[in-house]
Ligand binder design. Structure first.
Ligand code: G6P
Length: 486
């Protein structure tokens, strides 16, 4: 909103995230600039352009070019308006901080999956020292009047390091993934230090109230001396009062609808993947064990088993690119997905028809949105998911209001869309298969009513509304603090 923009123009805004908004690659002496597909970096970018702030992120040293030795570069490339300051990490740092503690301890822990979790003490030391490096880089760019906004689970400790240097700065953090129950979190040997780091923020934001409640439970249990006010959802600890809030991340629904409305994209895409004349279900995920991909394919198998009339008529498109593949649990998942798809295609496929079509490359945006729009169903079957923006992207692409979203009750998005989506429990193969059948035979007017209601929600509480909520609440924390001091 204009008031947030104005308030921000009067102060330094710093973003700290692991992934960067722009990356530069050198190929045959040519520099190319690319942007990651993720919604959040794309969403914060325009705010940064207006606020002329500084973004601190992990950046590949090999790609540095006209960038000064300190890793700074002005972006966006064609109209520079803010500074991207890169922290270059060594192999050992990446190993311990990113592949190690972030993705083998915190990621499974926060998703409540203690089986692949590994809280290695040496990884944690790397995580701590990398958090300190990011904190140092932040302090170098910031002052006591800055608003510093940390992103995600890569930086649980950095706020405390920054707070020690800049006691007057305004610190906020958005935790993109779930927060688990206290008994799950209690399994982590570093629980107390992680909580202490996060409690250096003036504002800590999660997607949904359940994660806020879980977080407060964890603090009450694991941080001696912290005082938790359940009603106000604040914690006082080590000289800082932290407000803990739920604001569900939204998407740029208008832009999504525009992209989905490009008429020329679908025919080629349908031809390329053999989808002409088929009833199409789509699944789009990073290949991650939290997304419930093998469970989804099991349900499709059961559906085809029990509904032979759909054989030859129904195609499921699995689109997703590999991620974090050096980690054993991801390698194993990849194999499970391969095996499951092969099994279904061997069992039911014919010379003319493959029940599961796999699209491994990252589709260009226009193609992805065409796939969403023409997908009769979307299958979002996460075993646990902070939000799941794919559900929202699918909904925003249904400009004809004729698709059906099957949505896991374990995704944060279910809080907002669950009432009108078809709810599934991904572990319940039989019920999941029945839900696919029900969705396919849903009367057109019911489909339209349900989708229109979901589309309204997604466009009303969009990325801009979310950003306003977060930034307004962060700025208001400063007044609260002044009041409590005087
Ligand atoms: C999740 C996390 C993000 C992360 C993304 C991709 O959505 O919340 O912080 O950037 O996954 O994972 P990657 O490890 O490739 O950055």
């Amino acid at each position: 909103s204009p008031s947030v923009t104005e308030a921000l123009s009067e102060r330094d805004l710093l973003i700290v995230s692991n992934r960067q908004p722009y990356s530069h690659d050198r190929e045959d002496g040519e520099i190319t600039v690319s942007r990651p597909a993720g919604g959040l970096t794309a969403g914060i970018d325009p705010v940064m352009q207006r606020a002329e702030g500084t973004w601190i992120a992990w950046g590949d040293g090999d790609a540095d070019f006209e960038v000064a030795d300190d890793g700074r570069v002005e972006v966006p490339p064609d109209d520079p308006s803010y500074t991207l300051s890169r922290v270059d990490l060594s192999e050992a740092e990446l190993e311990g901080y990113y592949f190690g503690y972030s993705n083998q301890a915190l990621w499974p822990l926060c998703h409540g999956m203690v089986y692949p979790m590994r809280c290695d003490g040496r990884d944690f030391e790397r995580y701590r020292s990398v958090n300190r490096r990011f904190a140092d880089a932040t302090v170098e760019e910031a002052g006591d009047g800055s608003l510093i906004w940390f992103q995600d689970y890569h930086f649980a400790l950095a706020p405390r390091f920054v707070r020690r240097e800049l006691p007057g700065a305004l610190l906020a953090q958005f935790w993109h993934i779930p927060w688990p129950t206290a008994d799950t979190f209690g399994a982590c040997p570093q629980a107390e230090e992680l909580l202490d780091g996060l409690l250096a923020n003036d504002l800590l934001v999660f997607h949904v109230p359940e994660y806020v409640e879980n977080f407060l439970d964890c603090v009450a249990e694991a941080v001696p001396g912290a005082s938790v006010d359940r009603e106000d959802r604040t914690v006082s600890h080590a000289g800082v009062e932290t407000a803990v809030r739920a604001f569900p991340l939204g998407i740029d629904a208008e832009r999504t609808a525009e992209l989905a409305n490009r008429p020329d994209v679908w025919p080629d895409l349908a031809e390329r993947y053999g989808l002409e004349g088929q009833t199409v279900a789509v699944g789009v995920d990073r290949l991650d064990y939290t997304k419930g991909i093998p469970e989804r394919i099991d349900a499709i198998e059961r559906f085809l088993e029990e509904n032979p009339e759909w054989r030859g008529e129904f195609t499921y498109v699995q689109n997703g690119s590999a991620s974090r593949s050096e980690i054993e649990a991801y390698e194993y998942l990849q194999k499970r997905v391969d095996t499951a798809i092969e099994r279904v295609n061997d069992r039911f496929g014919t010379d003319e028809w493959r029940p599961v079509v796999r699209v491994d490359e990252m589709l260009p945006e226009a193609e992805l949105y065409a796939l969403y729009r023409h997908g009769d169903l979307a299958l979002v079957s996460a075993l646990r998911d902070g939000m799941n923006l794919v559900a929202k992207e699918y909904v925003a692409s249904q400009i004809d209001d004729d698709g059906v979203l099957l949505l896991s009750e374990f995704a944060g998005a279910h809080e907002e869309l669950g009432e009108d989506a078809v709810t599934i429990n991904p572990y319940d193969t039989r019920a999941f298969a029945d839900a696919i059948e029900r969705a396919l035979s849903m009367p057109a007017d019911e489909r339209t009513d349900r989708m229109a209601a979901q589309r309204r929600r997604v466009s009303e509480y969009d990325l801009v509304a979310w950003m306003d909520d977060v930034l307004e609440t962060a700025l208001a924390r400063e007044n609260d603090r002044d009041l409590s001091v005087t």
